[in-house]
Ligand binder design. Structure first.
Ligand SMILES: [Zn+2]
Length: 251
């Protein structure tokens, strides 16, 4: 594909130094996927491009791209920043983890579709100080399918029952009803309401989820369950996750 100028809308994340005075910054977009941008001269004083590509900036960027490899940032229009993510250590850590999760689930330039909406919605919520732990758990459950893991959360994987008391089995890839607790002892042994929360946050489109108020104890249990599901099915080893875990030790 020939190189062309193109306008993309998206959110900037992961800046790093590149050559003398340049930076690389990634941008997540809905239709054009995740793109790594060369930001020329960004490390020089008073660079406007640098200010427009701080982490968690979002808006319209004009890039010179061939649809593969590095693209060049030419200019930008109407750029704003999620200040509540940039300036708050904890929100920053959660948002960075969410962006890292999507970054690892997709190849560059692969359209993100509904997953873009998911991330955009989550970052907006966290930026407005909506429970970042819960928002992150929702993203983790809903982005599993982008990794090819589609847990059965609607009905018991053994008998198809949709109501009752459930637990989660990683081995069977979904929820199991209490009729089979004895034959599937290798389940997570969650309390019924903990499994109910995994089902809700995994199944209900994020924009339809109302405010979820959950006790810290339950939140901790579902966090551990989700971490286990990830360890045993996706096996990522993300620095942003490690940092978040260390940060949460001081909660
Ligand atoms: Zn069953």
């Amino acid at each position: 594909m020939a190189r062309e100028l193109k306008e993309v809308q998206g959110i900037i994340f992961k800046r790093q130094k590149y050559k003398e005075a340049d930076l690389l910054a990634k941008i997540i977009t809905r239709e054009d996927g995740i793109i790594t941008l060369v930001v020329k001269g960004a490390l020089r004083a008073k660079s406007k491009l640098s200010a427009a590509t701080l982490n968690f900036s979002y808006g319209t960027y004009v890039i010179y791209t061939s649809g593969q490899g590095l693209s060049n940032l030419r200019t930008y229009k109407e750029v704003k920043q999620f200040e509540g993510l940039y300036n708050d250590l904890e929100n920053n850590a959660y948002a960075s983890f969410i962006l890292d999760l999507i970054d690892h689930a997709f190849s560059e330039y692969q359209p993100l579709g509904k997953y873009y909406n998911l991330v955009d919605f989550a970052l907006n919520k966290i930026n407005n100080n909506v429970d970042p732990e819960m928002i992150t758990q929702i993203v983790q459950m809903q982005i599993l399918s982008a990794y090819g893991v589609e847990p059965e959360l609607k009905k018991c994987v053994i008998c198809g029952k949709e109501t009752g008391i459930f637990d989660y089995s990683i081995k069977l890839g979904g929820i199991v009803c209490s009729d089979h607790f004895r034959i599937e002892n290798n389940r997570l042994h969650l309390k019924p309401k903990e499994t109910a929360i995994l089902r809700t946050i995994g199944l209900v489109p994020i924009e339809r989820l109302g405010s979820i108020s959950i006790s810290d104890e339950t939140k901790l249990a579902t966090r551990k369950a989700i971490d286990k599901i990830y360890r045993q099915t996706v096996d990522l080893n993300l620095k942003t996750k490690k940092f978040l875990d260390e940060l949460r030790l001081f909660d």
